[in-house]
Write a protein that binds this ligand. Structure first.
Ligand SMILES: [Zn+2]
Length: 377
């Protein structure tokens, strides 16, 4: 066990993460990284976070793009997969089921909440009404509220629901003048956290003894490989976002008619999408050439696909670079890719950077990647 643990409790927690993946998680925890033992559940929790972001910041560009294309009625929780859905949207939907199991409506005027299908009963085991709908015609929660005094219509509620539901409903506070809002049930303050979503997903997956869900978009072996890399968490999360097309790029928005020209701020060519930013932009090429891996990148670019697919391919291929102290290609591409992205954001926001001074980047990568980068850029 790591000797620097200061308390027995920490040691116990650390021990829990030593499983089939051996010491890997211990070292991640030591570095303040992610102490999660089931990568699939973690991926799903991260995707559920995207759902939370879309809900809690509906005016963000990303939310506007997604809403315009996939849920124009604004009802994200009811959204479905459509043919031709982007990989990003498929990813959001992969997190949606996890999100829907853990979210709960806080009753405002009740108009958005479906009595029979939505989660809105905090003291119910599945957060839903237990009474079967039968032939009831009432549909939304506002129909249960007395319009005159804004309190629960007790007579109506008693006539519709089983006593256990009646009891639960009458305990719920209502704010008739406000909109209904979605909160996260697993956190007392109602705010989403990846950690609680992870635990909820983990319980759902293992306590129900199911593996059926681990298919399709939620079960990509490349994710597994990514999370196991010995890189700082922020660089892995960057890689994960690239794989899911979740790096905001002007070009992506321009394609969706969000009103911008989609040109690159750093070079005269092309539309600024992930592929351009990381691989084909003049600036990116320069970095890859400096690192001596442009040939390797060019090989991958022969596959005429999106930046996400190219990154996936690089992670799949892997391998070492003998000319650079046998540093891993994946580690190098992700770290330098993160740097390109970071530098670019600084540039776009008008912050000065020292171009190509990678020592600014806190990349405590093994294999002396830091040194390698510093020497070569
Ligand atoms: Zn460019």
């Amino acid at each position: 066990m790591p000797s620097h643990n200061s308390s027995g409790a920490t040691t116990m927690n650390t021990r829990k993460f030593i499983g089939k993946h051996g010491g890997n998680y211990v070292s991640q925890k030591k570095r303040g990284g992610m102490g999660f033992r089931d990568l699939h559940s973690f991926n799903i929790a991260m995707l559920a976070k995207q759902v939370w972001r879309l809900l809690s910041d509906p005016d963000s560009l990303c939310a506007r793009v997604m809403r315009a294309r996939y849920y124009p009625d604004g009802k994200l929780l009811n959204a479905k997969l459509k043919s031709g859905s982007s990989y990003t949207w498929q990813s959001v939907l992969a997190g949606l089921e996890c999100f829907k199991r853990g979210c709960i409506w806080r009753v405002g005027d009740g108009s958005q909440i479906n009595i029979w299908e939505d989660n809105w009963i905090p003291s119910s085991h599945n957060l839903k009404i237990q009474t079967p709908r039968g032939t009831n015609i009432v549909r939304t929660v506002n129909e249960l509220i007395n319009p005159v005094d804004g309190s629960w219509d007790e007579d109506l509620i008693n006539s519709l629901f089983w006593p256990t539901d009646v009891h639960c409903i009458l305990q719920i506070p209502i704010s008739p003048g406000r909109e209904d809002v979605v909160a996260w049930h697993h956190n007392r303050n109602g705010l989403f956290t990846v950690r609680s979503a992870y635990h909820s997903q983990w319980e759902y997956k293992f306590e129900r003894g199911r593996t059926g869900e681990a298919s399709g978009v939620g079960d990509n072996p490349v994710w597994d490989k990514l999370w196991k890399l010995d890189l700082p968490g922020k660089i892995k999360i960057f890689g994960w976002r690239v794989l899911h097309g979740m790096i905001p790029c002007k070009g992506v928005l321009a394609n969706k008619h969000i009103g911008n020209q989609g040109s690159c701020p750093l070079c005269p060519s092309g539309c600024e999408d992930i592929k351009h930013m990381l691989f084909t932009c003049d600036r990116a090429r320069e970095v890859w050439r400096c690192l001596g891996v442009w040939d390797r990148i060019e090989e991958v670019l022969n596959i005429d696909r999106s930046g996400s697919i190219l990154m996936e391919e690089i992670i799949r291929i892997g391998g070492k670079i003998p000319a650079l102290n046998n540093v891993g290609l994946v580690e190098l591409v992700l770290t330098a890719g993160w740097y390109i992205w970071w530098e670019r954001r600084k540039f776009v926001h008008g912050e000065s950077t020292n171009p190509f001074h990678i020592s600014n980047v806190d990349c405590s990568v093994d294999y002396q990647l830091h040194d390698v980068l510093e020497k070569n850029i």
